[in-house]
Write a protein that binds this ligand. Sequence first.
Ligand code: NAP
Length: 334
Amino acid sequence: MSIERFRAMVLREEEGKTRAAVEQLGRDALPAEDTLVKVEYSTVNFKDALAVTGRGKIVRSWPLVPGIDLAGEVVESSNPALRPGMKVVLTGWSVGEKYWGGYSQYQRVKSEWLVPLPDGLSTRQAMMVGTAGFTAMLCVNALEEAGVTPERGTVLVTGAAGGVGSVATAILHKLGYTVTALTGNPAKHDYVKKLGAADFADGPQWAEAARPLEGQRWAAAIDTVGSKVLARVLAEMHYGGVVAACGLAGGADLPTTVMPFILRNVSLLGMDSVMQPTANRIGIWSRVVDDLPLEKLEGITARTVSLDEVAQACADMLDGKLQGRVLVDVNAGA
Ligand SMILES: NC(=O)c1ccc[n+]([C@@H]2O[C@H](COP(=O)([O-])OP(=O)(O)OC[C@H]3O[C@@H](n4cnc5c(N)ncnc54)[C@H](OP(=O)(O)O)[C@@H]3O)[C@@H](O)[C@H]2O)c1
């Protein structure tokens, strides 16, 4: 592999369908951005799975190298703050949607999208965390900024066996919170327990519409599912409870009422990782090093795949066949 001849996954639109293939590219094919990165690792997030399979409208510019995250080493940059050899991490900023992303051995990106890798974190670990883990940290941070503490009571994590939910459960446990997990699949209970969940909230009620207010169960919640699940979470919050909502794995609608907000003082915090300002990103990555039990990352990482295996991992994620995170070693099998 050299900068003149390297491998990347390329998505092309053919007759309204998405076609994913690993291709040989050269330096001249890369976008005209100010920083060249030698990519070491990327990862598979829910959004990547939708983009690569074409099952969701994620891609906004064709052809596209997908991969919303990357970590690697700066090769050259016109920004003097980025010296060759510096280790960097990139998540969000519409990379892998509108701009070329991490499923490539080299990528050219805007320097302002890059965060220097914090001390204590390797590029491999950074991609085991990825957007999913970054978002989990963002959610925990937001709950704490809203006044949530372990003494206030149990925190519910929905989609707990997924990427965001797994990392959120591990972080909350390390910080001393009691976590109740919701997963749609009892076969994943052992895995979620090992991450620190005390018990499970599963039951048939989650498939049904909640009443405007239900019995009060949760001091705080991190929701990755949306739709009916988030509506029930809101109806079950304690007085003054706080919900950080980041996902739509179960649907983008929210069939709720104002009752939890106006009768129980419940707060609903919206969480976006894509356009977070750089100063917040640096703070969140630094918290990842301090508050995510890094020894649990290996267990959270279900699979390490090569570029050739990404498409299958994406399909498996959407078919519910995965738990935790998928690491992409862009140099494997090359
Ligand atoms: N706001 C942001 O910036 C941001 C950042 C990252 C991710 N997200 C969103 O967060 C969500 C989770 O992402 P992820 O990377 O963790 O995905 P993931 O690894 O696929 O996990 C999603 C989890 O949601 C649960 N789930 C899936 N379909 C469901 C359904 N129909 N009803 C109930 N539960 C369902 C499953 O959990 P169980 O197996 O436990 O049942 C699954 O493991 C996605 O919607 C993603 O787009 C948002």
